[in-house]
Design a binder for this molecule. Structure first.
Ligand code: B4P
Length: 179
């Protein structure tokens, strides 16, 4: 299985990924976690990414595609969490997998409305979780990431799940789509 989690910021991609990775022994590739690790390490890439993330914008396709390409070499069953976020990233991922004779098997879309997202993220309180940045991240999601719903639907890989309710209930629904 090679799975993508698609959803607005705060829709629960990271939360649900942790459960699936443990259950199915998948390699977890979260571009958000990778970028936060670069920031914590104080690298040049991290410094560049921090300003972009604090503004609620997307880090450049070139940087995130390179981060994924580097880690894909060792990976077998992979869960992509928060990647791809643009059409270019999706096309690059398809090409990278095709080179290895692999492909995406499932795309799980987590659907959560904007007001629920704003209240969840304000409660989480990460560095990029202030109201202005959250609203910008939601706009960026609508304009740049939402088109991926059609992209994967056209490939017959899209599974939509309502991401509101208990974490366990949502996990159970996702499992039904994977089985
Ligand atoms: P990410 O790290 O991907 O984070 P996210 O979208 O904010 O959160 P996620 O959906 O994983 O929510 P979570 O489970 O934590 O991105 C951060 C930034 O990195 C982006 O804005 C961008 O700048 C950059 N970036 C990352 N990938 C990129 C890419 N591919 N290209 C360009 N830039 C990229 O859940 C959120 C909160 O909700 C938590 O507090 C959780 O406890 C709570 N929650 C979860 N499920 C719940 C439920 N069912 N009910 C109630 N609360 C719930």
């Amino acid at each position: 299985m090679n799975i993508i989690f698609l959803g607005a910021p705060g829709s629960g991609k990271g939360t649900q990924s942790a459960l699936l990775v443990e259950k199915h022994q998948l390699t977890h590739l979260s571009t958000g976690d990778m970028l936060r690790a670069e920031i914590a390490a104080g690298s040049a890439l991290g410094l560049q990414a921090k300003a972009v993330m604090d503004a609620g914008e997307l880090v450049s396709d070139e940087i995130v595609i390179a981060m994924i390409a580097q880690r894909l070499s060792q990976a077998t069953g992979v869960l992509f969490d928060g990647f791809p976020r643009t059409l270019s990233q999706a096309q690059a991922l398809d090409a990278l997998l095709a080179e290895k004779g692999l492909s995406i098997t499932h795309v799980i879309e987590l659907k959560v409305d904007s007001e629920e997202i704003v209240s969840r993220l304000l409660a989480r309180g990460r560095a990029d979780d202030n109201e202005q940045t959250i609203r910008n991240r939601l706009n960026v999601f609508e304009s740049q990431t939402k088109p991926l719903v059609d992209y994967y639907n056209a490939q017959g890989k899209l599974h939509s799940v309502v991401g509101v309710g208990s974490v366990d209930e949502i996990h159970a629904q996702i499992e039904r789509h994977l089985s």
